[in-house]
Design a protein around this ligand. Structure first.
Ligand code: PLP
Length: 414
């Protein structure tokens, strides 16, 4: 049965030769995944932290159903619609400063590509033809497409195999110490003329290793970007929409990037949607009497009305319950309950920020065994590299969260 099940499926980041029994999900509700055989799993990662209000939220489902009756999709070239108008206005209102110009796409990687393209074309439109490079950081993750692979961590990332075929970008260390800040400034002094933008994940570098840094780093980067006439792009695909405790990570440093990227939780985990949002001054750089100065991008399914209506419902939900206290409570509970893991020899570090809990091991010898043991504890947790992490829905109950932290401790200590 399991062999034939996988006959025509190719899973992501999976060695298919040894993959023989993926679980089959049948229904989801809140923080529970019910499998085809009736087993109920508590979900610790909310489907790559997209389902921030829990699965199958009736309010989101209701919005989508209504939109489905009216208009599931229409091209966005030269014609617009109410769900996109509402969503872009709402995002402009929620985002800090004048981050007001919203470009929709259907995946995070593409939204990052659009941000990079926007930054480069912004300078090209001014005839600054040398400013074509992106500066990004070790430990970073920005997607799986060719252009985004080139700005991920080149060694630790999932893409080192490709490093010789990718375009060369500048990747350096996050300036977290005085010495590194000096090195950073020296680097910009030398290279600023060829750099279009600094691209980073603010506060939490996610899929690159769940690494945290302080808001001061963001203020420093804003100041450096201004000083050297370089755009600052925040990839908030992971951190945006409440995950780190503030609605956007940039709120914690009280700064405004030139371009911000949202996806993952944007639609409440129901439909694929992403947005690249620029400040007015960036948008203005594309206004011209030359057609060729227009932003040269346009995905077929951009601003899909169903996806926009999910996002509108999801953003409304943030106003209907005190998500910020929920995240605070999750943070406190994760801090308290994951602390026990620190005493285990195999554990290198335990860290928590907002609704993100990380247990970093020295190394994971048998990943499949670890995954199977977690499944036996009836939890859905997906470790990667040497990291076991939790990014639960903001609506998870105290008991469900305890079940997750206990499963991690029990599995790691067995
Ligand atoms: C997930 C993620 C991406 C890529 O998004 P996809 O929708 O998988 O293409 C990019 N940047 C960050 C920070 C992410 O977490």
């Amino acid at each position: 049965m399991s062999g034939s099940m996988l006959k025509n499926i190719w899973l992501p980041y999976t060695q298919m030769q040894t993959c023989n029994n993926p679980v089959i999900a049948q229904t989801t509700k809140g923080s529970v995944i019910t499998l085809q055989d009736g087993t109920e799993l508590i979900d610790g990662i909310a489907s790559w932290w997209t389902a921030c209000h829990g699965y199958n939220h009736p309010y989101i489902a209701d919005h989508v159903q209504k939109q489905l009756q009216k208009m599931p999709h229409i091209m966005f070239g030269g014609i617009i619609h109410e769900p996109a108008i509402t969503l872009s206005a709402k995002l402009a209102e929620l985002l800090p400063g004048d981050l007001n110009k919203v470009f929709f796409t259907e995946s995070g990687s593409v939204a990052v590509e659009v941000a990079m393209k926007m930054a480069i074309q912004f300078w090209l439109n001014q005839n600054k033809i040398e400013k074509t490079k992106i500066l990004s950081f070790y430990g970073g993750y920005h997607g799986d497409t060719m252009a985004t692979m080139a700005v991920c961590d080149p060694e630790e990332g999932m893409h080192h195999l490709f490093k010789d075929v990718l375009p060369h970008q500048h990747i350096i260390q996050l300036p977290t110490t005085q010495e590194l800040r000096q090195q950073f400034s020296d680097f910009l002094e030398k290279h600023h003329h060829e750099i279009a933008a600094i691209l980073m994940e603010p506060l939490v570098q996610g899929a690159g290793g769940m690494l945290f840094h302080d808001p001061e780093q963001l203020s420093f980067l804003r100041q450096q970007a201004d000083h050297y006439n370089i755009l600052l792009i925040f990839d908030e695909i992971f951190t945006g929409l409440g995950r780190t405790g503030s609605f956007f990570a940039c709120n914690q440093a009280d700064i405004v990037p030139d371009i911000i990227i949202l996806s993952k939780a944007l639609s409440g985990g129901t439909m694929a949607l992403a947005a690249t949002i620029a400040r007015e001054c960036i948008f203005d750089g594309f206004l011209s009497d030359k057609e060729s100065h227009a932003l040269m991008h346009g995905p077929t399914f951009m601003a899909n009305p169903l996806a926009c209506s999910c996002a509108n419902a999801s953003l409304n939900l943030f106003e209907q319950y005190d998500w910020a206290s929920n995240v605070k409570n999750i943070e406190a509970q994760l801090t308290q309950e994951l602390a026990a893991c620190l005493k285990l020899d195999i554990v290198k570090d335990v860290r928590v920020k907002g609704a993100i809990g990380v247990v970093e091991l020295h190394k994971i010898d048998n990943m499949n065994l670890l995954k199977n043991k977690l499944l036996e504890h009836k939890v859905w947790i997906r470790p990667f590299r040497n990291i076991v992490y939790l990014t639960p829905a903001f609506t998870i109950t105290t008991a469900e969260l305890s079940q997750l932290t206990r499963a991690i401790y029990d599995v790691l200590s067995s």
